[in-house]
Design a binder for this molecule. Structure first.
Ligand SMILES: Cc1ncc(COP(=O)(O)O)c(C=O)c1O
Length: 390
């Protein structure tokens, strides 16, 4: 499955570009064109296209960076979750406890196994799985707890690891957006049975296509996911299939480009943290109309800068009229998505998730933002709440 680009450039003829675009794809890869071309040429002139030396090298670099015993490259973050859940044997009759507010694949990968995503509410300040709610949702059928990192935040991973241990269930981290975070003293993705990273272009290390990575310390699970990403094929004998698996393989162009990007992860994150801090400072006087993320970005991977805003939809219209593009992550909590209608949930089942779906809005944040762009956004927001908007 592929994810929709969060804010792709408007089609030609769709009107003038916004003064402050949510995401500026052009500046994103400014300075990287030579690397893209070099990698394409290198791969085109080799006989290595998929799951070859660059992929192996990227796996080694991610293992080194995160301290994982095994890093296994896959085709996307979604692919990573699917492959892990299959390797754990999650299937019909099983339950997986997961947040009611997240990107769809946190729960769709569970449903695709024939298992039931059991939603639990999230914490209002982090937008991530609430530990007490997760504990209350665990039953005798629970096979795994699957929390997700979102925006600039992370779940209480130390507490969730203890919960999973005490209840004897797997802990799978949807740390798709968390590469580079350190939570409770451990890198994101390294708290439980297995974790995932996404290299979707909008992510901090973003590639030039879909890509993902699985990390685990468990040698059995490591072997299993390595087979399952490639049709369940034996790791030594071609066309011998031990399991029914997936085509979730990473290609060499993507891996080659990511090998050039990964060493810059800390710089990318430092820039993103600085931008988030500037937003925080400028928006602080607007509380409680605008609530900024929890303070203190040290050790946190800033992915999207999401605030909770009163009269969110009117604020977005006001910003759009000022040429400022915003994105809503996520306008519908998972339990109210039509895709999960079969689970029988109703409005009111997960009040915090529903409140966040009404209030959350992501403001433009990308490392190439020109000086003054954040002030332009925050001045416009201040005008909305202080002037005609009030
Ligand atoms: C929380 C979360 N989980 C999973 C994914 C899936 O990653 P991918 O787009 O690489 O499949 C995303 C991607 O946006 C995400 O934000």
């Amino acid at each position: 499955m592929t994810t929709a680009t969060p804010a792709s450039p408007p089609p030609a003829g769709a009107g003038p570009a916004p003064a402050v675009p949510y995401f500026d794809w052009d500046t994103r890869y400014r300075g990287w064109t030579d690397d893209v071309l070099a990698v394409v040429r290198e791969v085109a002139e080799s006989d290595e296209f998929i799951l070859k030396s660059r992929v192996a090298e990227l796996e080694a670099r991610v293992a080194e960076r995160t301290g994982a015993a095994h890093a296994v490259a896959v085709a996307s973050g979604t692919g990573a979750l699917s492959v892990i859940l299959a390797a754990l044997g999650v299937g019909p009759g099983d339950e997986v406890v997961t947040p009611a507010f997240s990107f769809i694949s946190t729960a769709s990968t569970v449903a695709l196994r024939g298992a039931r995503p059991v939603f639990a509410d999230v914490d209002y300040d982090t937008a991530c799985l609430d530990t007490a709610a997760a504990a209350a949702a665990v039953t005798a059928r629970t096979r795994a707890i699957l929390p997700a990192y979102l925006f600039t935040g992370h779940p209480a991973m130390g507490e969730l690891a203890t919960l999973a241990r005490e209840r004897g269930v797997a802990l799978v981290e949807d740390s798709a957006v968390g590469l580079g975070s350190v939570v409770d003293g451990r890198p994101a993705g390294r708290h439980g049975t297995a974790g995932v990273y996404s290299f979707f272009p909008a992510k901090p290390v973003g590639g030039i296509g879909d890509a993902g990575m699985i990390v685990t310390d468990d040698p059995e699970l490591g072997r299993e996911v390595r087979m399952l990403r490639n049709h369940g094929q034996s790791l030594t004998t071609r066309f011998l299939h031990h399991k029914v698996g997936f085509n979730s393989r990473m290609d060499e162009i993507t891996a080659g480009f990511l090998l050039r990007r990964l060493p810059h992860l800390d710089d990318f994150l430092a820039t993103r943290r600085r931008l988030a801090e500037e937003y925080d400072e400028r928006l602080a006087p607007l509380a409680p109309d605008v609530l900024t993320p929890l303070p203190g970005y040290e050790g946190r991977a800033v992915y999207t800068y999401v605030v909770r805003a009163a009269r969110r939809d009117r604020l977005r219209e006001h910003l759009a009229a000022d040429g400022i593009e915003t994105v809503v992550y996520y306008p519908k909590p998972l339990h109210l998505q039509p895709a999960f209608a079969g689970l029988g949930h109703r409005p009111g089942d997960f009040p915090v998730a529903e409140k966040l779906a009404e209030e959350c809005v992501a403001l433009p944040l990308h490392p190439g933002m020109p000086a003054g762009a954040i002030a332009r956004v925050t001045d416009s927001i201040a005008r909305f709440y202080g002037g005609a908007g009030r």
